[in-house]
Design a protein. Structure first.
Length: 226
């Protein structure tokens, strides 16, 4: 490894450390209560060093949200050879593992509490997180329609259906009842049911796809699959 590539790798690792620390701070203090000083202290950096990576709280927040979005969208942006049903199932769990994290739930609760007084916070959260996630889902389902695997007239509505069906109810429960966050078994129940409904509505070969979905869900339950 050359000195240049080592420096580049160190910068990547430090950037990720900053983003992880920023999530913790934003989740504890909310957007309006977070300062660059607090983030710098949380990750063990000086404030000037932090500013070498992110020139404002706004750009740091956007980068943090984009990083969370990218983790959830990996399977859609790099589809597997296993096919559409595998990708949908993997995305559902990547999404669940992302938005149901305690830090992400806490951040969402704080954002909800701040938007009345600071509507720009809601706009920033929506633009850098949910809007970009939806755009990625639209791109994937559109590609599957072009490949003859899905059939629908409105890609945005199909994407919204997929998104809402897999996790809307348990996430809403978790947001407003922190003492009753659904466990893995309950999430699996919602994900499986949501994907069943989606495939019945939009798949061009629902019988085959539902059979594959059941196999994937069973393998995950028994620990023999992802």
């Amino acid at each position: 490894m050359t000195a240049l590539s080592r420096r580049a790798q160190n910068r990547i690792e430090r950037t990720q450390r900053i983003l992880d620390g920023a999530l913790r701070v934003f989740a504890e203090a909310g957007y309006s209560g977070t300062t660059m000083d607090a983030v710098a202290a949380a990750v063990g950096l000086s404030k000037p060093t932090l500013y070498q990576y992110f020139d404002s709280k706004e750009t740091l927040f956007q980068a943090m949200m984009l990083g969370q979005r990218d983790r959830m969208m990996t399977v859609f942006e790099h589809p597997s050879e296993a096919g559409m049903v595998h990708d949908l199932h993997a995305f559902a769990w990547d999404y669940a593992d992302g938005v149901m994290r305690p830090e992400m739930l806490s951040l969402a609760r704080l954002i909800i509490g701040e938007v009345q007084r600071f509507p720009e916070i809601g706009r920033a959260y929506q633009a850098s997180g949910p809007d970009r996630l939806l755009a990625g889902i639209i791109g994937y389902v559109s590609a599957q329609r072009d490949a003859g695997r899905l059939a629908f007239e409105d890609a945005e509505l199909a994407a919204q259906d997929l998104w809402g069906l897999i996790l809307s109810a348990p996430r809403t429960q978790a947001l407003y009842r922190p003492d009753a966050v659904p466990g893995r078994a309950e999430l699996a129940r919602y994900i499986l049911n949501g994907l069943r409904v989606f495939l019945r509505a939009y798949s061009t070969d629902p019988a085959r796809d539902l059979e594959q979905l059941e196999a994937l869900a069973s393998a995950r339950t028994t620990g023999t699959g992802t």
